[in-house]
Design a protein around this ligand. Structure first.
Ligand code: PXG
Ligand code: PLP
Length: 465
């Protein structure tokens, strides 16, 4: 029998050679696979299909590629597989749940695991967070959080506060709310005017602080930019500010010391809700369960997804501090729905089972402590790349790392993309956003594997044009 991996290779090779729809026999089933029908997300589809990279299995810190190679996962999938891959405890929980209760509605109905995940999450969160709203992704979590913020302001008699504030270079997923408050122009420009009444504070990148280890010491005053927007629009029009505690997707920007504290103070002063988008930063990525704990700054609302199930089944969760739900429920008649919002898959049983098992693994294996323990080694290893060709800046915090390359003149993104494909061919999965490498290994990574990721990048940079 030909191993599945080789078969896959065969399909892909044939398909690419023929470039037409082909029908292949596999395990007695006809499958059609010329790769063209799947409109791939955030992908240069034509480029990918001319030289595809398929992953066919994963275990621990390694993927298996369609051509049968082991590829070290330097990115935890897309910042989500914090417990590594294929943990048998998580796999079994999902299998058992599928066999017991495949689906249950969450509108006017419930199932036990949903309530259990909600209480586990509030117990892990900083004091004061007492409600959890479920969805299936970070994008949905962001749109849910923005709606909760607007509904809350209205409920407390501040209905003129309809303006949402984001930050330049912010990433908040791809819903209309998320791209409106988001600050990445490439994700916005194809879609017209977006939500009305949104504005953005300035980003925190300062090239003068290049090669800082951890948080930059200078720059807390950048938070005062929020007061500029208050002066421009008036506080009475502003409902909420949303920021990533550590900006990930834009290419890893670490908040200066005191910056998030200052944002909190200004929000308090003007009655603006503070939302931390913790889709990447939660669940041990920077040490504790939530980045807010690491920074000692409590937002009013936190969005999460990704690591809550270690990427195994889609789940998003919005955590809300005490008083927000109550404002929408108090004084309402019996039977009134507090928030007219929800998804078919809010608190899906498989996702909840995956979350419970994942949270157990984080606790039983001490993975958050493990991440903290690896931070220094990770910092040393990534900063050892300073001085390699094209390296303009290196940034790190927790198990998040960014390596900013100088773009090739007139060809932005080309150098980054080539480094990505070279590292993949050399057996290491990295992520690039433009010409910035973003690293976020599973919390199960070994020190020697961190070294291998950095050595591979360093070696490829030596010969990269
Ligand atoms: N908020 C933040 C802060 C995120 O990082 C989302 C919301 C949206 O989550 P969903 O689950 O809808 O994708 C994200 C997602 C990358 C990359 O390579 C980052 C994300 C997703 C995919 C790729 O930087 N972040
Ligand atoms: N579109 C239609 C026609 C629907 O009926 C529904 C849900 O019932 C949706 C979209 C929303 O789907 P979801 O709840 O999965 O977000």
């Amino acid at each position: 029998m030909i191993p599945a991996v080789l078969l896959f290779h065969h399909y892909v090779g044939r398909a690419i050679g023929k470039r037409t729809a082909g029908t292949y026999q596999r395990a007695g089933m006809k499958i059609i696979n010329d790769l063209s029908q799947f409109w791939m997300p955030f992908t240069a589809n034509r480029q990918f299909k001319a030289g595809p990279r398929l992953l066919v299995a994963a275990k621990g810190n390694y993927y298996t590629s369609h051509d049968g190679r082991q590829v070290l996962d330097g990115t935890a999938g897309l910042w989500c597989c914090n417990a590594g891959h294929g943990d048998p405890r998580i796999v079994k929980a999902i299998q058992d749940q599928a066999a017991t209760l495949d689906y249950a509605p969450s509108f006017q109905m419930g199932h036990p695991a949903a309530f259990e995940v909600a209480s586990r999450l509030t117990a892990m969160a900083p004091d004061g967070f007492d409600k959890v709203f479920f969805c299936s992704s970070g994008s949905e979590a962001v749109d849910s959080a923005l709606k909760i913020a607007l509904a809350y302001q209205r409920a407390i008699g501040q209905g003129s506060r309809t303006r949402l504030i984001g930050r330049e270079r912010g990433y908040h997923g791809v819903g209309f709310g998320g791209i409106s408050v988001g600050g990445i122009v490439g994700n916005r420009k194809q879609y017209g005017t977006l939500l009305a009444g949104v504005d953005h504070i300035r980003h925190t990148y300062d090239p003068a602080q290049a090669f800082t280890r951890g948080q930059p010491q200078d720059g807390a005053e950048l938070a005062n930019d929020l007061e500029r927007l208050v002066a421009l629009h008036d506080a009475s029009t502003i409902a909420a500010l949303i920021v990533e505690p550590v900006a990930g997707s834009t290419g890893v920007l670490i908040p200066p010391v005191g910056y998030l504290q200052r944002l909190r103070e200004i929000c308090d002063k003007y009655g603006i809700l503070l939302i931390f988008d913790e889709v990447i930063t939660a669940f041990g990525r920077v040490g504790p369960a939530f980045a807010s704990e690491r920074f000692g700054v409590m937002p009013d609302i936190m969005t999460t997804a990704k690591g809550v199930t270690s990427g195994t089944v889609p789940l998003g969760a919005v955590l809300v501090r005490k008083g927000i739900f109550e404002a929408m429920s108090e004084g309402q008649p019996e039977g009134a729905i507090e928030l007219a919002h929800g998804y078919t898959y809010s608190a899906h049983p498989l996702a909840c089972a995956a979350a419970l098992a994942t949270l157990d693994v984080y606790r039983d294996d001490g993975l958050f402590e493990r991440a903290m323990g690896l931070e220094e080694h990770f910092e040393q290893a990534i900063h050892a790349l300073a001085g390699k060709p094209h390296v303009a800046d290196i940034r790190n915090f927790g198990l998040i790392g960014g390596i900013e390359l100088t773009p090739r003149p007139g060809e932005p993104g080309k150098r980054g993309y080539e480094l990505f494909t070279r590292c993949y061919d050399a057996g290491v999965l990295i992520r690039v956003t433009g010409d910035i490498v973003a690293l976020s290994p599973p919390l199960t990574i070994e020190p020697g594997e961190i070294d291998r990721i950095m050595e591979t990048i360093g070696r490829e940079l030596e010969t990269l044009p």
